[in-house]
Design a protein around this ligand. Structure first.
Ligand SMILES: Cc1cc2nc3c(=O)[nH]c(=O)nc-3n(C[C@H](O)[C@H](O)[C@H](O)COP(=O)(O)OP(=O)(O)OC[C@H]3O[C@@H](n4cnc5c(N)ncnc54)[C@H](O)[C@@H]3O)c2cc1C
Length: 535
């Protein structure tokens, strides 16, 4: 087993992970950064459209506060929003200093790019950060999937995972920073990277931390729906020549009142549109048509990005669907980015609190920047304090090594059992998510979803991984089914509609009974759900 000792372990190499790693390095810590793939790759950050919402010369801090609160419908945490708003402009300066090309535009900043560049803004955002890591003392371990947090005597002291080549890795670290992103890929229809399966949520739950508001999932209406092609987001802005119609030929821009400025409508009516399109796509096809768009517009972003594909986007209408975009729920942090488990900090989409019942567009990247910086600084202070109080970090103890040797053997134990190829089971889970934890939820179907999930869970228990590949797949199955159970159960309990959350049988927001955050815990392997009234 590979053994590594460090001061801070940063799990995840998206925007939040990079910025916290830079801060910790600046404070003199030994930093280890890990991700499932090459550093910076396989992240939602690299897919982002590059919009940061932050106050500027035409959009005041008060405007930002108001817009964020309006989206959150009373469920956001004021203390965290204040930090986001106050520290947003400073974080943009910091990113510029790291070489990220940012331009003031609209209600914040966007990635500055040559008009004819067909690179995704997310790629332009992450590239300078990757370059900076290469020149730093930050140690990187790409292709390491973390399976467990190391919790000893009520403190997080590192993590355990497997490298892609199967080598188990035990990392002892004074502090751990969780920046594993969200969980969009637990749904069959999503615009996220395929590996964004909510590992961070499962790691936190298993380590005894509560999670909040997992039932709040944000959907985006226009994602490629063609079979056998990855379901990526159709990036705005949309040209005025775009047409949207169903298999009866009905003009949907007309029907949904989207004629005129579709780019404005997509901000204001995003959730309603996702709901309407979800219902429509369950019974038929919906098409996006770009064939009328003049040639010169195909030379500019975002159409020049589509033009690079072999798929004939210019020649024929194509299928689209709404899809999962963002998770509002997650791990609770304080104003320092600390969780309630000593030694564990968190930043980025894995955390909860800023967005409430719905995220204001552009607030996710700003959140990653502000809280990435802040949690890296706090983690460094935490380590320095421990050093002063306890002296140098002791080496791995024999007991710890023995304990984890046993655990590795239990992970790899071969046993006979009913076996179904794990790939199909993951597909079943993702389809179940899309069918039952969809933009439109109701009691009967949520209960049916939970029943079906229970039968898949029984099958998962009987998957005994014979190979390392199976082991990774089994871990994905366990994480995804745990998260789905939480979403379905949490949705069943919330008898109202709010923000991105829509119950067909309770279509109205109910402030009398439901101005509450949902709290999820794992106790003795059982998921417990309670509600916490807003203070
Ligand atoms: C298509 C798209 C466009 C978007 N556009 C915008 C936008 O314009 N503006 C905006 O504000 N927001 C946007 N968002 C949302 C925003 O991009 C994300 O919320 C944000 O990038 C998340 O960053 P992160 O650092 O938290 O995680 P990510 O960038 O998703 O990175 C997660 C990291 O964690 C690693 N990881 C996960 N599990 C494990 C594990 N078990 N072991 C080891 N490593 C692990 C992954 O490998 C990865 O390195 C967009 C999202 C999408 C999908």
């Amino acid at each position: 087993m590979e053994q590594i000792t460090t001061d801070i372990l940063v799990i995840g190499s998206g925007l939040a992970g990079f910025l916290s790693a830079f801060e910790a390095e600046k404070a003199g810590l030994r930093v280890l950064m890990v991700g499932k793939f090459a550093i910076g790759m396989g992240t939602n950050t690299s897919l982002a459209n590059g919009a940061f919402t932050v106050s500027n010369s035409t959009f005041s801090k008060e405007d930002h506060l108001q817009a964020t609160q309006e989206s959150g419908k009373g469920l956001n945490q004021g203390r965290l929003i204040n930090l986001l708003i106050q520290k947003g402009p400073e974080a943009m300066e910091r990113l510029r200093g790291d070489g990220v090309p940012l331009l003031e535009r609209g209600i914040g900043c966007i990635i500055d790019r040559p008009d004819d560049s067909s690179q995704l803004p997310g790629v332009l955002l992450i590239r300078p950060l990757i370059e900076k890591v290469k020149k730093s003392s930050i140690r990187v371990l790409p292709g390491l999937t973390i399976f467990d947090l190391l919790v000893e005597e009520g403190e997080v002291q590192g993590a355990f995972g497997f490298l892609r080549n199967g080598i188990p890795c035990l990392i002892r670290s004074r502090t751990v920073l969780l920046s594993t992103g969200g969980a969009g890929a637990v749904y069959s229809r999503n615009d996220n990277q395929r590996s964004i399966l909510g590992d961070g949520y499962a790691l936190a739950l298993r380590a005894g931390l509560p999670l909040f508001d997992l039932e709040f999932v944000q959907f985006y209406p226009f994602v490629l729906g063609e079979p056998h092609l990855s379901s990526f987001l159709l990036y705005p802005p949309y040209p005025k020549e775009v047409r949207l119609f169903n298999d009866k030929g009905e003009d949907l821009l007309e029907r949904f009142g989207l004629r005129g400025d579709l780019n404005r409508a997509i901000i204001v009516k995003r959730d309603r549109l996702s709901i309407d399109l979800y219902s429509m796509t369950r019974n038929g096809d919906v098409f996006f048509d770009l064939t009328q768009v003049p040639q010169e517009k195909w030379e500019r972003y975002p159409l020049n990005f589509l033009k690079k594909s072999k798929f004939p986007f210019r020649e024929r209408p194509f299928l689209i669907s709404p899809a999962v975009h963002f998770f509002m729920g997650g791990v609770e942090i304080d104003e320092e980015g600390a969780t309630s488990l000593p030694g564990l900090f968190a930043a980025g989409e894995v955390t909860w609190g800023i967005h409430g019942a719905n995220r204001l567009g552009g607030n996710a990247l700003t959140e990653c920047a502000v809280f990435g910086i802040l949690s890296g600084q706090s983690a460094a202070r935490y380590v320095h304090k421990l050093e002063q109080e306890q002296g140098p970090f002791p080496p791995f103890s024999e007991n710890l090594l023995k304990k984890w040797d046993r655990k590795v053997r239990s992970y790899l134990r071969k046993r006979r059992g009913a076996f179904e190829p794990p790939k199909d089971m993951l597909k079943d889970l993702k389809d179940l998510a899309w069918r039952y934890a969809s933009p439109v939820r109701e009691e009967e179907s949520l209960k049916e979803g939970l029943d079906r999930l229970a039968s898949i869970e029984k099958k998962i228990e009987k998957v005994y991984p014979a190979t390392l590949k199976d082991l990774f797949k089994k871990r994905d199955l366990e994480n995804v089914s745990l998260l789905l159970k939480a979403i379905l159960k949490g949705s069943l309990l919330r008898a109202e509609s709010r923000g991105s959350f829509f119950r067909k049988d309770f279509p109205d927001q109910d402030d009398t009974h439901w101005l509450k955050n949902t709290c999820y815990r794992l106790e003795k392997g059982e998921l417990q759900i309670t509600h916490r009234p807003i203070k």
